[in-house]
Design a protein around this ligand. Structure first.
Ligand code: GCU
Length: 596
């Protein structure tokens, strides 16, 4: 009784503190759980002035007599598909930034000895969740999952009404900030599901091969009941591994154990093992690969051998439908084009993308670089903004830390050095290292500049001292003129560290031909030449350990107004209709023939 009282008191406090209950940290591997999808057609109300909340439309009231009426109803034959963005579903929503309410009914089938969670893969950008007329949670951040426990709130085995108030207005304190070079797709953009778990369930785990040792696995498993002496077991049947361990007072069990004769994961052989985790009341299966990944001097090592990142970036967008990618089919479309180009790594720009893409990349042998959208102008001096970035980073790491393909965490892209910025990024780098000491950390910089005195390209940004990989965005031949012919260009950037060109390239409208040296031709020929020149320059960057052209596909952008662009960033190697431009073949040949 006392415990129940304390929990209720806690809930009331939370409501008064911030007017709503912050969503909970997610359980890991949600797709390995007992699920009931809530995807499909949801009723909507487009709430231009965000008045739905003060009007309490989440109560979903119906007139009970002739005199009564309400100036809203969700039974309005207006639907949006979930998951998906709203912009690509209705012409009138293409440019819409504001609030839209989603609502539907559902009936859960959970029994007494089960707990029930609502799980959202992602909602852009901020949202509040209402169940049966009660506000039960909120979340901010458009690209990471969140969950809300509804065990004691939901009506069992009967009809429940859920309303989700979604808003994607840009604000200065948000992540990303007020302006960014991708479409601000709004909506419930990824899967929504009910998750059924035992009362004491396996909440989180991290199972990885040692950073350096090729025969030692480190693992921890945490149970929802934060109690000592609970037994947990890890099994890897194919390797005859069966390890028992006991939890400590925080409900976490840790172990390190030797494994012999197994295949390490790599792009050439993306071997995954079935791993079975069990406790007295829960059991979950996972597919995990094991690899060693570290930096030594100027080299990046995978499984003890130096590796050169043959990369490409893409946004979470299917250009042919001018909308967010959210399904397994979308993942295969994006990744198979990357694979065809000959990459061994994909930079998921500029935000955590859906889990289908990560798991499929891992199966396809494609390493991954994942980042949070700390993109260019961010309110670095604002503690609230830092808290948001920190939370996004945690949500991303909780979800994806067991993906061995995931090799690089990116904490920022093209930010300007300042005391506030440095403090902000150092905080994020510390969080990353604390939660996951196994992966490489970077922050893409566009501050490599030509020094007329030294006749060298140099980078002045102290943050690189905290990074494992120095990632450089440099658009020679497009945003930046060549100070000399490409084969004469020399760099002196971050000697002693591996440098990766995380962005280079230029715009071209598919099908347009023209002079190779006329920028305003917007031609494929000009783009192809820019690629040739940059690849020539790369041959002279002594500590270059990887390149990643910007970008695989043309993508929607709100500030690309040239008629050749018409709302698209045309730096794709592949057009918005899936057609390969001439530069694609240059990049393809480069990756085929590179001897690094
Ligand atoms: C930047 C930025 C990208 C952007 C690109 C461009 O480097 O990181 O997000 O799309 O430049 O201007 O095309």
């Amino acid at each position: 009784m006392r415990l129940k009282k304390r929990i209720i008191l806690f809930f009331i406090l939370m409501i008064f503190v911030n007017g709503c209950i912050a969503a909970q940290e997610t359980m890991t591997n949600v797709y390995g759980r007992n699920l009931q999808l809530l995807n499909g057609k949801w009723n909507i109300i487009i709430d231009l002035y965000s008045l739905g909340r003060p009007m309490e439309i989440f109560l979903n009231k119906k007139p009970t007599n002739k005199k009564e009426y309400f100036e809203y109803s969700f039974d309005n034959n207006t639907y949006l598909n979930v998951p998906s963005d709203w912009n690509s579903q209705m012409p009138e929503l293409k440019y819409y930034e504001g609030t839209i309410w989603y609502a539907r009914h559902f009936t859960p089938y959970h029994t007494q000895n089960e707990r029930l969670f609502l799980y959202f893969g992602a909602v852009n950008y901020r949202c509040r969740i209402y169940l049966n007329g009660k506000e039960i949670g909120e979340h901010e951040g458009g690209f990471t999952p969140f969950q809300i426990e509804i065990t004691n709130i939901v009506k069992d085995n009967s009809d429940n009404f859920i309303a989700v108030e979604v808003n994607n207005n840009r604000t200065t304190d948000a992540i990303p900030g007020m302006s960014y070079d991708w479409w601000n797709y709004g909506g419930i953009t990824r899967d929504v599901m009910l998750v059924y778990t035992p009362h004491n369930y396996i909440n989180d785990y991290f199972i990885q091969l040692d950073k350096y040792k090729s025969d030692e696995i480190h693992a921890w498993v945490s149970l929802s009941d934060k109690r000592r002496n609970q037994q947990v077991q890890i099994e890897i049947p194919e390797l005859n591994v069966k390890q028992k361990m006991m939890t400590d007072s925080s409900g976490m069990a840790k172990i390190s154990f030797k494994v012999r004769k197994f295949e390490r994961w790599s792009p050439q052989s993306p071997k995954l093992y079935n791993v079975v985790l069990s406790s007295n009341s829960d059991k979950i299966t996972e597919q995990i690969g094991f690899r060693n990944l570290y930096v030594k001097g100027e080299d990046i090592y995978l499984n003890g051998k130096p590796i050169f990142f043959k990369g490409v970036s893409f946004h979470e967008e299917i250009s042919q439908r001018e909308g967010r990618a959210f399904s397994e089919a979308d993942a295969s479309m994006l990744l198979s084009e990357a694979k065809a180009l000959g990459v061994n790594i994909v930079r998921l720009a500029h935000y955590p993308q859906n889990e289908y893409t990560l798991r499929m990349a891992e199966k396809m042998g494609i390493m991954l670089w994942e980042e949070i959208p700390v993109w260019q102008k961010i309110d670095f001096a604002n503690q609230e903004t830092l808290n948001k970035a920190d939370k996004m980073l945690k949500e991303m790491i909780i979800r994806d830390k067991n993906r061995c393909a995931l090799s690089v965490w990116g904490v920022a892209n093209e930010t300007r050095p300042s005391e506030a910025r440095d403090k902000f990024l150092k905080h994020l780098i510390d969080t990353c290292r604390r939660l996951d000491p196994t992966r490489l950390i970077t922050a893409a910089s566009d501050l490599v500049n030509f020094n007329k005195e030294t006749q060298l390209f140099e980078l002045k940004d102290t943050i690189i001292n905290y990074l494992d990989i120095v990632a450089v965005n440099k658009y020679m031949g497009w945003y930046h003129p060549w100070p000399m012919s490409p084969d004469k260009v020399r760099w002196n950037v971050a000697p002693g560290k591996p440098v990766v060109i995380s962005e280079f390239g230029c715009e071209a409208l598919y099908g347009k031909t023209g002079d190779t040296d006329v920028k305003s031709s917007w031609s494929e020929d000009f783009q192809a030449n820019v690629y040739r020149d940059n690849l020539t320059m790369f041959n002279h960057i002594t500590n270059l350990k990887g390149v990643s052209p910007w970008v695989l596909f043309d993508f929607r952008s709100p500030y690309r107004f040239n008629p050749n662009q018409s709302g698209w960033n045309r730096k794709g190697l592949v057009s918005d209709q899936g057609m390969r431009k001439k530069a694609w073949y240059i990049m393809h040949d480069y990756y085929q023939n590179i001897k690094k």
